[in-house]
Write a new protein. Structure first.
Length: 130
């Protein structure tokens, strides 16, 4: 599943690798584009789409940074036992020391998450191409 699919770059890459991919996307024009790409659109709001729990072996996401923590936690709840979540997030949870971010870091540790820092500017070309 790709719960905030946008233009579908992540989802179509997974699809080309042989995965059956379900997507969620709030923007109607992008929903149409995703459907035309052969992706299965299952909702328009990831945080409120029902019946997603314990359903997916894999969730790959690049959530809106304004909702990234909510998306990460919800995506984790969607995994089957032994499932895997890969999520691109901003550096904010490690940059700021508010109780909100401290709680998120504590939760990541509690679920035994692996956090990997990516090189600065890694997505500069992909953003300008979109």
């Amino acid at each position: 599943m790709e719960p905030s699919a946008g233009f579908g770059k992540l989802a179509t890459s997974l699809q080309q690798a042989g995965a059956i991919v379900e997507v969620i996307e709030p923007i109607p024009e992008l929903q149409t584009s995703l459907s035309l790409q052969g992706l299965l659109l299952i909702g328009s709001d990831f945080l409120t789409t029902p019946n997603l729990g314990d359903r997916y072996e894999r969730v790959v996401q690049n959530p809106p940074f304004s909702q990234q923590i909510s998306h990460v936690k919800r995506a984790y709840q969607c995994l089957k036992v032994g499932g895997r979540l890969v999520s691109l997030v901003s550096h904010s949870p490690w940059q700021y020391n508010t109780s909100f971010y401290k709680q998120f870091r504590y939760w990541l540790n509690a679920v035994n998450a692996q956090v990997q820092d990516l090189p600065w500017g890694l997505f500069v070309n992909s953003v300008s191409e979109a």
